[in-house]
Write a protein that binds this ligand. Sequence first.
Ligand SMILES: Nc1ncnc2c1ncn2[C@@H]1O[C@H](COP(=O)(O)OP(=O)(O)OP(=O)(O)O)[C@@H](O)[C@H]1O
Ligand SMILES: [Mg+2]
Length: 263
Amino acid sequence: MTAKITVRGLRHEYVNPFTRERVTALDGVDLEVEDGEFLTVVGPSGCGKTTLLGILAGLVPATRGTVLLGARPVTGPGPDRGVVFQEFAILPWRTVERNIAHGLEIQGVPRAERAATVARFVELVGLRGFETKYPHELSGGMKQRVAVARTLAANPEVMLMDEPFASVDAQTRITLQEELNAIALATRKTILLVTHNVDEAVFLGDRCCVLSRRPGRVKTLVPVKIPRERRTWQLLTSDPSFAATKEQVLRLVREEVGAGDTA
Ligand SMILES: Nc1ncnc2c1ncn2[C@@H]1O[C@H](COP(=O)(O)OP(=O)(O)OP(=O)(O)O)[C@@H](O)[C@H]1O
Ligand SMILES: [Mg+2]
């Protein structure tokens, strides 16, 4: 198999510009994400998950180590990587369809092709009938779906998601997880998703990457051997292998969380 993302010996230090104080967020991160793989990342709060995603996105420069996308070194942001952060990156002055079209407009995709692509993604994320609504007319979960559709429509090679469902209610979150699973199945995109939620990590991941406490490094990669077609909450709630994998990931994360910490 070919690696879509290769991370070697990655270290990141934040330096306070006033006090010169240093915080080592990541150290010695080695990781390979396969083409078409869905990798979920969990770990204690502050262990460097967002930093790792920022480096992969090209938004945060690594202090040491290398990151390759295919064979190309990552040196900055690019259209080959789509990013969905917790705060929905959607534009309040644009309708749903014009938000989803945004990346395509930037790429100069002709109008007719743009319209067809937008219609496909509106359908895929279940927003038909809301195409001409503005973000303030949508629920939190719907805005989140616009953000996902907008990123997918631009057709990046890799999707990087940081806690994308953290701010929606539990019921919506379950729906969005099932939708994202369906999208992963339909598009076979390489996806890296950071979450605090172990259930979510095991539900969505082909593998679940557990990071150590800060400075974060890869502690264990746990494979999730459940076919994507079977991944609905109704089926998995009573699936013994889902329960066992969840238990395993939870144990690994708990070992990294210090006493009194609840992350
Ligand atoms: N801009 C920054 N300047 C200085 N230190 C930072 C900065 N961003 C993050 N840090 C520190 O780096 C470490 C890792 O932060 P990061 O946000 O990557 O963790 P995280 O795993 O995403 O945490 P959480 O699970 O709470 O989101 C933390 O100790 C944090 O305080
Ligand atoms: Mg974070």
